[in-house]
Design a binder for this molecule. Sequence first.
Ligand SMILES: C[S@@+](CC[C@H](N)C(=O)[O-])C[C@H]1O[C@@H](n2cnc3c(N)ncnc32)[C@H](O)[C@@H]1O
Length: 200
Amino acid sequence: MSLKSNYRDGDSFSRKSKKEGYRSRASYKLKEILEKEIKVSKDQSVIDLGSFPGGWSQVIKNLLGHSGKLVAIDIQPMEPIKDCFFLEKPIEDITEEDFKEIKEFLPFDLVLSDMAPNISGIKERDDSLMIDLVDRVLFVIDSFLKAKGSVVIKVFHGESLDYTNNALKERFKNVKIFKPKASRPNSKEIYVIGKELKII
Ligand SMILES: C[S@@+](CC[C@H](N)C(=O)[O-])C[C@H]1O[C@@H](n2cnc3c(N)ncnc32)[C@H](O)[C@@H]1O
């Protein structure tokens, strides 16, 4: 196996994440996206949708200072991360009330979504479930993202990618499609990045 293909092999990222103390290999996907596309500053507030087990939250936490804030949401309980405000509930049930305790940190500078539905293998069904999740992320963007803020959303190649690309082009000045090296080449997942939310 060549060095290059070894690097692209998902298992090398799994080994690396264990060694470096990350909860999931997904951390390296976000690290690459942030290194190449989005700068996170110490005083920003970030929301991580679909955060369990916490790999992305760990990456963000390391970039934020005491004046910044990380909010994480998942249906599954997540082992605590210091100073992270965690909500254990489905994204479909999120309302403004949920952020009452941390309202001084709103609106967010960055919305992240690594959510994925339970895959059935039936393409039309999986695409439609992914689009439902994207609609919930769009609700969070429209309600809680700062003007000029950014978003990263995981989707699948195909219908949910086209849908999200179009929805973000309506809202953001700069939209990119990104496949990180840590994402297995045979995986359908791909990320859509929106930068500079337009002021409407
Ligand atoms: C690929 S994992 C996220 C991995 C995470 N980014 C990390 O770095 O560790 C996707 C997560 O999305 C969550 N999820 C799926 N549907 C959801 C929903 N409707 N509301 C909230 N979380 C959801 C799942 O429970 C799962 O933990």
